[in-house]
Design a protein around this ligand. Structure first.
Ligand SMILES: Cc1ncc(COP(=O)(O)O)c(C=O)c1O
Length: 348
């Protein structure tokens, strides 16, 4: 792999005490291109602008997918990656659905290792810090016919980060707009899914909500996800989360929380969840917690859920499942709790 190091690192002039999520980038990026039916060799170069022609297909048809993953520094200053195999699998699952050629495992994994070890100083060994990693691929062929591209560009960039959501999370159940449909691309991390979510999310923000809860496209009766998080409810002492389908993104945090909850003796149900079931549980006093899970936030407690005119406020629980599972997950990710699941790997 060709590696061109920057002669002008930005690390000394970066204010790590004031990182706005996703706006600060480490010194280098990895690029690999696909043309003539095959992936070429990867290259690491200083983070910076890339050539874009106005006829580039991604600009017209949105043929692009991405991943979001995190690295953490442990007490010995070693960088730990969390469940990278799962992100790799999901990357290619998304690619297949968007008619993008799959990326070979060695390009993805060696790319991650080389890039992160080169920029490991951007991953701080401090409470709350991590390095957010964004692999993505897009149609880079020049052609404005509505067709799948014959050229693609795979890039990995990284961004130092601290805690994502600050403050209370107040969500509203969305009954008009839909994030995704059965048979659609909701299970994939397709760029267009996010573009389509911005307008409804903005409407919810204008009404004072942090995020919205997506419901099924057909009847708007079943709960799907909350913003860019999988959603969980604690009813009594059981945890329930929507079962995966074409229209829900199978979160890697979600999968980890299922395992952690079950090994803590908590019953987990993965099934369809009616909005009315949540309202009834709240009215009976059995809805004790709600939280979202995702790479950026890990576990994020939800303070209130609004359904039509009804605002359901959730009290802090002394024996909060969200807090317990979050502490355990973050401990494993940072290497302060023994990883009996084999989820973490050291960047060499
Ligand atoms: C729509 C959506 N749902 C759920 C998640 C959570 O997935 P993960 O836990 O793999 O980050 C994400 C990504 O963060 C997402 O974009």
């Amino acid at each position: 792999m060709k590696i061109s190091k920057t002669s002008n690192s930005r690390i000394q002039t970066t204010d790590f005490t004031n990182l706005k999520f996703g706006t600060v980038f480490s010194d280098h990026m990895l690029i690999c291109k696909y043309s003539d039916g095959k992936w070429g060799s990867s290259e690491i170069l200083p983070y910076g602008p890339i050539p874009v022609n106005p006829g580039m297909q991604v600009l017209h048809y949105g043929q692009a997918i991405f991943e979001g993953m995190k690295a953490f520094k442990n007490e010995d200053d070693k960088v730990l990656l969390f469940r990278k195999e799962e992100n790799f699998k999901r990357f290619n699952k998304s690619s297949i659905r968007l008619s993008i050629p799959e990326i070979p495992e060695d390009i993805f994994m060696n790319g991650l290792d080389n890039l992160i070890s080169l920029d490991s100083d951007w991953c701080k060994n401090k409470e709350g810090y991590s390095l957010y990693i964004r692999p993505f691929v897009f149609a880079s062929g020049e052609c404005i016919k509505a067709s799948s591209s014959e050229e693609f560009t795979f890039i990995i960039i990284t961004s130092p980060t601290t805690t994502y959501y600050a403050g209370e999370v107040n969500v509203v159940i969305e009954e008009e707009y839909t994030r995704s449909t059965l048979g659609g691309v909701g299970f994939a991390k397709a760029a267009g899914n996010y573009a389509a979510s911005f307008y409804p999310t903005k409407q919810a923000n204008l009404k004072g909500f942090t995020q919205l809860i997506w419901t099924d496209a057909k009847e708007h009766k079943y709960i799907e996800e909350s913003g860019t998080m999988n959603i969980w409810f604690r009813i009594g002492d059981k945890l329930i989360t929507p079962s995966l389908s074409d229209s829900i993104l199978g979160g890697i945090t979600r999968d980890s929380i299922v395992s952690l909850a079950e090994s803590n003796g908590i019953e987990v149900q993965q099934r369809r969840i009616l909005i009315t079931e949540i309202v009834e549980a709240y009215n009976k006093g059995t809805l004790k917690e709600a939280f979202g899970t995702g790479t950026a936030v890990t576990v994020n407690p939800i303070k209130s859920i609004t359904f039509r005119e009804n605002k359901m406020e959730l009290e802090n629980q002394e024996d909060s499942f969200a807090l317990k599972l979050k502490t355990e997950l973050q401990g494993i990710q940072k290497g302060s709790i023994v990883d009996t699941y084999n989820w973490t790997s050291i960047v060499s």
